[in-house]
Design a protein around this ligand. Structure first.
Ligand code: ACM
Length: 415
């Protein structure tokens, strides 16, 4: 026995030395503490309540908090209460990283739910990888990431574009204008779009990026007029979505002949711009608020009753909500003393549930989620009509644009 204890301590000392990094005091202080303590388990909630993406992140925060409240009201996880530690990273990637370090190292959260933009996810990633903690990310994103420290519950490009792009080409035509915000997500998402368009013999007449928070689209709209594309493919995010749609409408352009097709315009941005500005345009997503299922009816009613009868749900708030339940399912498989980020990661692999959009599942190979693609057209009431839906859930393939690479449970592989 004493021998075993010494061996353990020696191992622990090595771990401390290797893991100290910039925060030796915090790491040493926390060594040996269980994550589940006093009938409570702490999680971080890291969504912007201020700044340019607060327009959407505020609703992700609300959906996350509602799921935590529901789980606690129903008895918690094996009797333990989830305690959310809430931080506002103000739509700023550097602040995201700073707050993530606080949540993981000082607050000792066992997982963190957070982020809308890929810029903010990329900013926090080193924190979660270095500390071997877990980040639950609910947003559609560009793929090309294979981290064992992120659970990805939003759509990747194949889940939003494989049905959408051919459908739009057939319906509207082959001359496409790509407009996005200027950061990694729109550029990578457009790489996949261009690949699909090339396969369909379609043409990109322009590819343009505007700064995050951009609100003056008159020169862009003049180019829409002169280029006369058949489809405007938009990966603009945040407040800019509202400005782009309003200025498109004010310019008198016609969605029947030059629609915007978006991967980022949800009921939430539509509520901010007014339904008239969005009417006639298209979005591809695994979830729309109008989706007819008992689980969705319950979700929408609970959300409105908690946050206000005028509030909308959408394709990023829905995964923000269901990913907390997947976390719960994973944690409840563990004894309290075994609850750590790595044990949660193992326990969540292959976990399934019936979410508001339909049955979803965490793919054990790459920690992304099987989802149900749909195509919606917005009406002037601010709600989408679902025009097409996938007959089955669709596998997440985060490297589909890079066929010689594959994300596996053992990391990124060349194939
Ligand atoms: C995004 O930046 N993943 C929308």
């Amino acid at each position: 026995m004493p021998m075993r204890r010494r061996t353990f301590l020696k191992g622990a000392a090595t771990t401390v030395a290797a893991g100290t990094g910039l925060f030796p005091h915090v790491w040493v202080k926390n060594t040996g503490l269980a994550y589940a303590q006093g009938g409570e388990i702490k999680v971080g909630v890291l969504f912007s309540l201020t700044g340019t993406t607060a327009i959407i992140e505020e609703s992700l925060h609300k959906a996350t908090i509602m799921a935590i409240e529901e789980i606690n009201a129903a008895g918690g996880i094996n009797g333990m209460r989830i305690v959310p530690v809430e931080e506002d990273p103000a739509s700023d990637p550097a602040t995201f990283a700073e707050k993530a370090r606080k949540l993981v190292l000082s607050d000792r959260c066992v997982s963190v739910f957070g982020s809308y933009t890929s810029a903010s996810r990329k900013a926090v990633l080193p924190v979660f990888e270095r500390q071997n903690n877990l980040y639950f990310y609910p947003t559609l994103y560009e793929g090309r990431e294979c981290s064992k420290n992120v659970i990805y519950t939003g759509a990747v490009p194949n889940q939003q574009q494989d049905d959408f792009v051919p459908w739009l080409v057939e319906k509207f035509g082959k001359r496409w204008y790509l407009i996005g915000s200027n950061y990694i997500y729109p550029k990578e998402e457009n790489n996949y779009c261009k690949k699909l368009l090339a396969e369909l013999g379609a043409e990109v007449v322009a590819e343009e990026y505007v700064p995050l928070g951009h609100s003056e689209f008159s020169s862009v709209i003049n180019k829409f007029r002169s280029e006369k594309p058949n489809v405007i493919f938009s990966t603009v995010v945040g407040d800019s979505v509202v400005a782009l749609h309003r200025q498109y409408r004010a310019a008198g352009l016609d969605p029947e002949t030059m629609p915007m097709a978006s991967l980022t315009t949800s009921e939430n941005e539509v509520a901010a711009m007014g339904g008239d500005a969005a009417a006639g345009h298209f979005t591809s997503a695994p979830y729309f608020m109008v989706w007819d299922s008992p689980e969705n009816q319950r979700f929408v009613e609970a959300y409105r009753s908690r946050w206000g009868g005028d509030k909308v749900t959408h394709f990023v708030s829905e995964p923000s909500y269901f990913q907390v339940y997947l976390f719960k399912q994973a944690v409840q498989k563990l004894a309290a003393s075994d609850i750590t980020p790595p044990t949660i990661r193992e326990a969540i692999k292959g976990e399934e549930m019936v979410a508001p959009q339909g049955r979803v599942r965490i793919e054990p190979e790459n920690l992304h989620t099987w989802l149900w693609p749909k195509i919606g057209q917005c009406g002037s009431d601010g709600q989408f009509t679902i025009l097409k839906q996938s007959e089955t859930w669709q596998e997440p393939d985060p490297y589909k644009a890079y066929p010689n690479q594959r994300c596996t449970a053992d990391g990124l592989k060349e194939v």
